[in-house]
Design a protein around this ligand. Sequence first.
Ligand SMILES: [Fe+2]
Ligand SMILES: [Fe+2]
Length: 335
Amino acid sequence: MTLTETAPGASEAELERHFEATIARNDRIEPRDWMPEGYRKTLVRQIAQHAHSEIIGMQPEGNWITRAPSLRRKAILLAKVQDEAGHGLYLYSAAETLGVSRLELTELLLAGRQKYSSIFNYPTLSYADVGTIGWLVDGAAICNQVPLCRTSFGPYGRAMIRVCKEESFHQRQGFELLATMMRGTDEQRAMVQESVDRFWWPALMMFGPPDADSPNTAQSMAWGIKRNTNDELRQKFVDMSVPQAEALGVTLPDPELRWNEERGHHDFGQPDWEEFMEGVKGNGPCNAQRMAHRRRAHEEGAWVRAAATAYAAKQGLDTPRSSLAGHSTTGGTER
Ligand SMILES: [Fe+2]
Ligand SMILES: [Fe+2]
């Protein structure tokens, strides 16, 4: 039962206590519950950044759809890139429950006031990159997102459950593509290794800066938004990836990578955090290109938004039902 149902006239202190108790019980906070402004703002920022990443993340792989090596690979890649569009939409919808619209968030992204994951600023130079992105980038996304299925904000956690199911398909298709190439020619094996060499370190950066340099982590963990620190997740990813790299027969490009018997984990080197910070500041290799493409797509979609708005307004005049309900029963063209 939500607080709004139980205590309509509660004081701010009571509301806050109720919020803290809900978090402590590991229950979900729902959109109509009272929440501290900082919690709401953190969630909007995080969910928006996640949504933008899904949408911008369509670009590096979308680049290869017209050049897929077979019909089967094209069908798989098309499905994968479409899934990412869907992930963006679930996440924008989750953000909208916090009182911001998808359009506002898109405009903040285009104005450079919100970010997306820097991993999508790296170019895709060969078809092996489609496999490597599936294996390592979607793999890292899974490590990040599985704990988010238990995040404290209901709509975000529920969106993540569905997203994670699809991400695991993405990871498998990437691994399967690389495994197929590794059984091919020497040239194909070299393509895979070259691609893994380029993506390994950026994939490690996907977990964010080291815990010591991540000032927001403690508050996000206290609010149950984050369930693990950046370094914990990075470790989990490395431990998961090493046996997979062995199964593929590729070398991970880190001379410091070795099993640590005492810790029960792999030791590994640090990515180039300066390169990471440049990416965050918008100076990644393909940053300008990605943003220009996104801006163009937004402008070219203006007529669709205008048509949808006009259609919704028309439906609103004719029937109090939602435009979706009206659409399913009567259609709109004859009105
Ligand atoms: Fe995704
Ligand atoms: Fe994905």
